[in-house]
Design a protein around this ligand. Structure first.
Ligand SMILES: [Zn+2]
Length: 293
C-alpha cells in the first residue's frame, strides 16, 4: 500500500485542497474535491498511472462541496461512494447543497464549485461508526466525527488518520486552525471527537487542507486549544453584538493574530474563509443562546 497526496490546485493555488490516493488493488480515493478541480484530479491520477474508471471506491469525509463535489464523476464511471448516513440523501439529491452554496457564493458558485450532479442511490454506500471496509489489502476504519458537521467521518488506515475538516486546516507551515462554517458547528461535541481521534493514536494526520503531517497527537492538541479559543472569542463577543458586520473586523483581526506570515494567511482564506467561519460561530452562539444577556 502507498498513499499519495494529490494537489487539486484549487483556484490555481498549491497546497489548499487535496485528495488522497491509496494504492492497492484496486486503488481508491479519499475525497474528490469539487467538480471545478476535476480535470486537475484526473491529471494527477493519470500521472500516478490510473484512469478515472480504475477508481472503484471513493471515501468522502463529508458532503461539503470542496470535499465531495466531484464524487458524481466517479460514480458515473462505476465507483461506490462511501459516506456518513446523514450525508447520503444530499449526494442522491444535491439540490440543498447547491442552494446553500449559491446563498453564500452567489454568482461565483459555478466558478468555485463547477457542477454538482445527483448520484444514483445504489452507488452511495452509507457507512456506520467503527465499520471496517476492506479494499484490496487495505483496511479502512470508519469513525464518525461530529463537531464540524453532522455528516462527518474520519478514516483510519494503519497509522494515517484522514480527518477532512474535523482535524482543522493546516497549510504549509501555518497554524492549525478550526474550520467552523454554518450550520452544524458544535464545539463541545467537536472536543469529544478530538479525544476520540487521539485515542486512535495515529502517527500521521492528513487534513484535506492540506497534506499529511507526522505529529498527529501534537496537532490534535493544538487544534483543541485553538477551538477552545474560538469558543471563548464568540462567547465574549456575542454579548456585545450579534451583528455580522459589526463583528467581522474584530474577528478578522483575531484570526490575524494566529499568523506570522501574511502570504500563508491568504492560502487559509481560500480553504477556510473568515466569512464562513464568523457566520458559523454566530449561528453556534445563537443556537446555544450565548447571546442572551
Ligand atoms: Zn473543507
Amino acid at each position: 500500500m502507498r498513499i499519495q497526496t494529490l494537489d487539486l490546485n484549487f483556484l490555481n493555488s498549491k497546497h489548499v485542497l487535496s485528495s488522497y490516493l491509496v494504492e492497492t488493488d484496486p486503488p481508491f480515493l479519499i475525497e474528490t474535491g469539487p467538480d471545478s478541480t476535476f480535470e486537475n484530479l484526473k491529471t494527477a491520477l493519470n500521472k500516478a498511472g490510473y484512469e478515472i474508471k480504475d477508481i472503484k471506491n471513493v471515501f468522502i469525509t463529508h458532503i461539503h462541496l470542496d470535499h465531495s463535489g466531484a464524487a458524481f464523476r466517479f460514480a458515473s464511471e462505476g465507483a461506490k461512494i462511501y459516506v456518513h448516513p446523514n450525508g447520503k440523501k444530499h449526494l442522491v439529491n444535491p439540490d440543498r447543497l447547491i442552494r446553500s452554496a449559491t446563498m453564500v457564493y452567489k454568482e461565483r458558485t459555478r466558478e468555485l464549485w463547477g457542477d454538482t450532479l445527483p448520484i444514483d442511490e445504489e452507488k452511495v454506500i452509507e457507512t456506520s461508526d467503527e465499520q471496517i471496509v476492506t479494499i484490496g489489502n487495505v483496511q479502512v476504519r470508519v469513525i464518525e466525527s461530529p463537531g464540524h458537521a453532522k455528516h462527518h467521518n474520519v478514516y483510519l488506515i494503519e497509522d494515517h488518520l484522514f480527518t477532512g475538516d474535523t482535524g482543522g486546516v493546516r497549510i504549509n507551515d501555518g497554524p492549525i486552525m478550526p474550520a467552523v462554517p454554518p450550520p452544524d458547528i458544535d464545539i463541545p461535541l467537536w472536543l469529544k471527537t478530538i479525544e476520540k481521534m487521539k485515542s486512535l493514536k495515529p502517527t500521521y494526520i492528513c487534513p484535506s487542507h492540506f497534506g499529511c503531517f507526522d505529529d498527529a497527537l501534537d496537532h490534535l492538541e493544538i487544534l483543541k486549544e485553538n477551538l477552545i479559543k474560538y469558543d471563548e472569542f464568540i462567547r465574549k463577543q456575542i454579548k456585545f453584538s450579534d451583528d455580522y458586520n459589526t463583528l467581522f473586523p474584530i474577528f478578522k483581526e483575531y484570526v490575524d493574530s494566529f499568523f506570522t506570515d501574511k502570504k500563508v494567511r491568504d492560502f487559509y482564506q481560500f480553504a477556510n474563509p473568515d466569512e464562513m467561519n464568523l457566520a458559523g460561530l454566530i449561528r453556534y452562539a445563537k443556537v446555544n443562546k450565548f447571546d442572551v444577556k
